[in-house]
Write a protein that binds this ligand. Sequence first.
Ligand code: DX5
Ligand code: ZN
Length: 216
Amino acid sequence: MSIKIAPSILAADFANLQQEVKSVEEAGADWIHVDVMDGHFVPNISFGALVVDAIRPHTKLPLDVHLMIEEPDRYITDFVKSGADLISVHQEACPHLHRTIYHIKDQGVQAGVVLNPATPISSIEPVLSDVDFILLMTVNPGFGGQSFIEQVIPKVGALRSMLDEKGLQHVEIEIDGGINEQTASLVTKQGATILVAGSAIFGQADRKQVISELRR
Ligand code: DX5
Ligand code: ZN
C-alpha cells in the first residue's frame, strides 16, 4: 500500500491558515490532519469545529480530524457538518467505543480509533472489524514538536499482524507524533501507511522536499 502523508495544521501559522493549507496541498500532501484538544483529555487547548469550517473551502484534500477530547460523542455531528472526512476518537476517552464508532460511520464519515503510547492493542481487538483505520500515538498527545517514543515501534508490527490475521488488510495504520525523515521508516517498516507530521513539515520552507522524503 502506498504511504499517505497528513500534515498537522497544529504546527501551521494560524494567522495564515488558508495559505498554509494550500502550500501543503501543492507540496503533495494526501490528507490534512486536524488536532482538536479540549484542555481536559489532554493538557492543551487548540481549536474546534469552527476552524474545520474555515479551512474546508480552501482544500480538496480529506480532512482527518483527531479528537483529543472528553465525551467526543457530543461533538461528532458538529465536525461532520463542518466537513470532516475522517474522524478519530481515543479509546481512552470512549467507554462505549463501539457505539461511538457507529455514531461516526452512520453520518457517512470514516471512523478511526486512537491509542496512546501506554494503551495496549488488545484493548481494541473487539472493534477492529468496525473501524476504517487505527491511529497509534508515538508521543503523549497534547503538543506538537515532542520526541518520538521508540517503544511504540513493536506495537505497530503487532497491530499489522493482528489485522492481517483477521482478514482486515484494508484497515490502515496511521502514526502520529515525532515523525520526521528518520522515524518515518521505523514505522512504515512495521506496516504503517499513513504518517502525520506537524513540525517536520511546517517547520521547513521546502515542504515538497520534506513530504517526498517522508513518503520514501
Ligand atoms: C499531538 C498531535 C499531533 C502533533 C504532531 O498531540 O496529535 O498530531 O501535531 O506534531 P509533531 O509532528 O510535531 O510531533
Ligand atoms: Zn494528531
